[in-house]
Design a binder for this molecule. Sequence first.
Ligand SMILES: NC(=O)c1ccc[n+]([C@@H]2O[C@H](COP(=O)([O-])OP(=O)(O)OC[C@H]3O[C@@H](n4cnc5c(N)ncnc54)[C@H](O)[C@@H]3O)[C@@H](O)[C@H]2O)c1
Ligand SMILES: [Zn+2]
Length: 378
Amino acid sequence: MHINSTIISGQHALSDMGYLLADKGRAVLVTDKNIVGIPEVAGLIAQIRRGVGSLVLVDNVPPEPSQHDVAAILRGLDAAPADIIIGIGGGSVMDVAKLLSLLCAGDLTVTLDSLLAGEKPRQKTTSLLIPTTAGTGSEATPNAILAIPEQETKVGIITPLMIPDFVALLPELTTSMPARIAASTGIDALCHLIECFTATCANPVSDNVALQGMSKLFANLEIAVGQPGNMLARLNMLWASYYGGAAIAHAGTHLVHAMSYPLGGKYHIPHGVANAILLAPCMRFIRPAAVEKFALVYDLLPNADLTLAASAKSHALVEYLDELVKRLDLPIKLADLRIAPDDIPYLAQSAISVQRLIKNVPMPVSQEDIYAIYHAIR
Ligand SMILES: NC(=O)c1ccc[n+]([C@@H]2O[C@H](COP(=O)([O-])OP(=O)(O)OC[C@H]3O[C@@H](n4cnc5c(N)ncnc54)[C@H](O)[C@@H]3O)[C@@H](O)[C@H]2O)c1
Ligand SMILES: [Zn+2]
């Protein structure tokens, strides 16, 4: 995977956007109703409006969008191709912006249905992604994730063409995140990093970015959640999230994400919250296959006891993850999400069918194993 985005980072790093927008006639800017009301975002949109020929504002992306949400957004746009697609928001907004970068590129043979059927597009519009959560790392991945209500799950549309041309990591846009969203999206970033680090497809490139990302994440997540205005912690979390996305691009997630898809697809549990209840239980399950790697991750923790043996470190890491989710006040049981034990057979069947991710689990995993993991957190 070749990531060739230009990254602009730091507080107010987009105060001069002239060079980005100079030759852009028609811009489509994708965001959502909450984000459009953030003063810093409103300022950015005004600046973009002044810099381009015309601006089409799409500000109705719902959280965890479905294929029908994207189809409705497309019906609201005219067929004229865009010169630049800009996404300002969390993963939901960025994924829709990434899809529009394919669907507004002027190739009318490429449709949402053809992308869902696996067609590989050849054209894209220039894109700029600006995350407001930290996060999904969608700004670094070739993936766009859509809920498919009819199948009560989510699917990923994947093409390297969706890796954006420009990424801006602006910490001031993330300070308005409610603590619960900062916590759950931060845990999503951690899941990306630790799943990619332990994945079957892990390789030296993904290992490097995963370790770098986890070192930033462990040092900054709780500070960012507890001190919303701490710009350095916010910026470091944006980088941790970006590294999580880059690790996905090079390796891919596995068990937590496979098991969280049906929680999002059927019960509409926010992605980071669904991952939070699964993080420690899934890591406990794969620990025997990941002792050495878990020991390396443990060494990054604040106050790590570097004298412990690898096996003890691997156990201590799982306990740390368990405690971290509790300290962040995120749900830890399916019952907290109002999911009844009767639904566990369905959940297990749905999760095992996400073979794209199950293949990346670093040890054999059966439907019965997945059932047991859900059952332990009922
Ligand atoms: N493409 C990928 O590689 C990838 C990776 C992981 C997750 N995802 C997808 O991303 C989506 C989840 O994205 P998310 O976790 O970033 O959440 P989100 O984009 O759904 O946002 C969650 C809520 O937070 C609000 N919000 C976002 N930023 C805010 C801010 N700065 N201040 C105040 N409110 C803010 C939003 O308006 C929304 O109501 C899911 O659909 C998930 O499947 C994609
Ligand atoms: Zn995720």
